[in-house]
Unconditional design. Structure first.
Length: 736
């Protein structure tokens, strides 16, 4: 009897262990509901549902017109699912059935068939046998395909297309890329069809980066999503968190082991139970000293995008708990962008969320959640005057007018760029006024995407950059046009506005060399050469599979000019680029670049990249980590001014504490390049709540500094130098 009782006990224990509650169960349930709602043939991002509908049409209609339309949709759905071998015969059948006289239709089918073969070549080479040179523009060396079948088939089709229409710049661009993948560029490209890679003046000033994501196990192959690089367990080492916009793909959390490897702790942290999230950012919303995570969902999907965001509390023990519902921040709007700042200067971080209002998706006004200082928030957007309804794609916050209050800049896909000035009275409710026109914006109204505040010229005043997303031709068309110096209008242009120190801004884009195309989605900034001037990197593209244009890296030349150094730096990945983080991950004193790659479809998933900076010179550096007391604990919104002597010249470099651009998050500790300075004369920190300026002198260089608000001493700490080049299979699976 006793044995039977023990047996029953152990069986019950085993059952209870196998049925223990999933972490973050309620949010996981909401996301599963959203995933089911997404599965709809009217949702252009649900190709499996489209396939079901096309098969139903083909089984029930005799109309040749309906049959052709269904087959065309079916072939595209196969491509979006990464099943090129199924798409190719459908396109070939459609082409064979189209009379020779219908030239335009045949041209379109040939283009579709060519991209199907091109994608087949990418899958059998760049994806199935990925290397650190795969898809890096211009493709060469180890990036050349071993199996050239797909590219060779595409080349023949593009030749036929261009014979009919020699001015088809999109096909000409893609033809040249195909030749690169076969090793036949430029010598085998017909002279009339050759597009030369722009010869840059940057080869002598930049050393190429090396993609070491495969070495470190950070090369997750997901669809487009967000990235955060920061220290989540307070050991001083930078960890990495990624997300995917697909509600089928879970978040990844990689803990830095401090020996050149990372441990995948997605399961034990609770993050693997959460899916989706085109963008995310870190924030210490409860001032407990641990960085939490805010995940944004639903962007681009219109009426299918009413997905919940997630506020994930860092429990300080390696786990995260979804507190979205209990914090009062749960809402159902399509979004991918938000900015955290202390808008009322009470020492606690609030959040402004830019939602997407579209004709097909309904009205989704922006939200402003004010921190109640007890773990909960209240939406005060209407009262604050910022419950705006636009197709918002990027938001950023910063104190552009030095009045001690954080203002907001909004970038929208419906052509609006808005500057909202914070006019909150002391101890009063948060209030914004629209000063867009008075500040000098609106003259270049264009569809736009990522944006940020930064001080690009180190004059102590925040400037504004936003990236245009206007296009009327395929993106490859514009890439070709720029390469041959043809006019591209304002399509995809980068806009930089200089702060005039009087509440107004001046467009200096062309004067500073930024009359370039970008078509940026992910974007962020950092100092890759430690000269003290901020450079920036753009992750480019759009959901279309033929949008193969390189991501771009721009070097800041002392605030007077920006140089496109993409080709020389070897960071021009042709695949879709999303969340971007600048961070010194290996501890050698220069910033590396981590990017979440991948498109909007499962067939367009791609491996993430970690571009290791080899060191560009012998310039010195310092990292500064702030801790607020009256100010929010993570010091977001605090301003830092470093003063030093660089080769006989007195200089100052300025930073505001934030995570960078509006799509991708860099560490909140601030990295400063200081040129040849041998010491730092003084650091001045302006704390936003009190307005006090804290001054410390004679800081050492090439180290990490920790400064607490109000204290007269700083602390130094050193981190290990990590070797990512020799690491192999460095990602250690989480063990229970």
């Amino acid at each position: 009897m006793r044995l039977t009782g023990l047996l029953i006990f152990f069986i019950g224990l085993l059952i209870s262990c196998n049925n223990k509650p999933l972490p973050n169960r309620e949010m996981a349930r909401l996301l599963k509901q959203a995933e089911k709602f997404d599965y709809n043939a009217d949702n252009i991002y649900s190709p499996k549902a489209v396939l079901e509908r096309t098969d139903s049409i083909l089984n029930h209609t005799r109309s040749q017109t309906e049959i052709n339309a269904a087959k065309y949709s079916k072939a595209l759905a196969f491509l979006q699912l990464g099943e090129e071998q199924k798409a190719i015969p459908v396109y070939e059948d459609l082409l064979d059935r189209t009379p020779q006289a219908e030239i335009d239709i045949r041209q379109q089918f040939k283009k579709d068939l060519a991209i199907a073969w091109m994608r087949f070549g990418e899958r059998t080479n760049c994806i199935q046998h990925h290397g650190n040179q795969s898809c890096i523009f211009p493709i060469m060396l180890a990036g050349v395909h071993a199996d050239k079948t797909g590219s060779e088939k595409a080349i023949e089709l593009y030749k036929e297309i261009l014979k009919e229409d020699p001015n088809d710049l999109e096909s000409k661009w893609l033809l040249n890329i195909c030749y690169m993948t076969t090793g036949g560029y430029p010598q085998m490209v017909p002279p009339a069809l050759l597009i030369k890679v722009n010869d840059e003046d940057s080869a002598h000033i930049i050393r190429p980066f090396i993609d070491v994501a495969g070495n470190t196990g950070l090369n997750f192959k997901d669809m487009g999503g967000g990235s955060i690089v920061d220290d989540f367990n307070n050991d001083g080492l930078l960890d990495i968190v990624t997300s995917s916009w697909d509600l089928n793909e879970h978040m990844h959390f990689c803990r830095n082991n401090g020996n050149g490897s990372f441990a995948d702790v997605s399961d034990s942290s609770g993050l693997s139970s959460l899916t989706g999230g085109l963008n995310m950012m870190q924030v210490d919303y409860n001032n407990d000293g641990y960085k939490d995570i805010f995940v944004l969902r639903g962007a681009w999907k219109g009426r299918f995008g009413s997905n919940p965001n997630s506020l994930l509390r860092n429990n300080g023990n390696g786990t995260f708990t979804d507190v979205t519902i209990e914090s009062g921040i749960l809402s159902f709007h399509p979004t991918q962008t938000a900015t955290w700042a202390d808008f009322n200067n009470d020492g606690w971080l609030d959040v402004f969320i830019g939602n997407e209002t579209t004709p097909a998706g309904g009205d989704h006004p922006c939200e402003l959640y004010i921190n109640n200082r007890n773990g909960s928030f209240t939406n005060k957007a209407v009262q604050a005057g910022c419950a705006l309804s636009y197709y918002v794609k990027g938001v950023s916050s910063g104190d552009y007018d030095h009045d001690g209050l954080s203002d907001i800049f909004i970038s929208a896909l419906d052509g609006h760029q808005l500057l909202l000035k914070n006019v909150t009275a002391k101890n009063g409710p948060v209030k914004f006024v629209d000063v867009t026109k008075a500040a000098g914006f609106g003259t270049n109204s264009t569809r736009s995407f990522p944006t940020w505040f930064w001080d690009y010229d180190n004059d102590g005043w925040l400037d504004i950059l936003y990236c245009g997303y206007e296009f009327y031709e395929p993106l490859a068309w514009y890439a070709a046009a720029e390469a041959i110096n043809a006019a591209t209008g304002k399509a995809g242009k980068i806009f930089l506005y200089h702060n005039n120190h009087d509440g107004t801004f001046e467009d200096v884009s062309v004067r500073l060399g930024l009359n370039k195309i970008g078509f940026a989605m992910g974007a962020n900034f950092g100092d890759i050469d430690n000269d003290g001037y901020l450079d920036f990197y753009l992750g480019t593209g759009n959901p279309k599979l033929k949008s193969l244009i390189p991501n771009k890296l721009f070097r800041n030349e002392e605030g007077n000019h920006f140089m496109d150094i993409t080709t020389a730096a070897r960071v021009g990945n042709l695949q879709k680029g999303h969340g971007i983080s600048f961070a010194d991950l290996d501890g050698d004193g220069d910033e590396d670049i981590y990017i979440e790659m991948g498109g909007a479809y499962t067939g367009d998933a791609y491996e993430n990249s970690l571009y290791l900076n080899p060191g560009q010179n012998s310039n010195n550096w310092i990292n500064i980590r702030l801790e607020g007391v009256s100010t929010n604990r993570s010091a977001i919104g605090a301003s830092i001014k470093l003063s030093f002597n660089d080769s006989g010249k007195e200089r100052s470099v300025y930073r505001d504490v934030n995570s960078g651009g509006s799509f991708g998050s860099s560490p909140l500790r601030q990295h400063f390049g200081i040129g040849k300075a041998s010491s730092i004369k003084r650091v001045e920190i302006t704390w936003p709540v009190t307005g006090k300026i804290q001054v410390l002198e004679n800081l050492p260089i090439n180290t990490n500094i920790s400064i607490k608000e109000g204290e007269h001493q700083f602390k130094t700490y050193r981190l290990p130098l990590l070797d990512f080049l020799s690491t192999r299979s460095g990602l250690i699976p989480c063990k229970p």
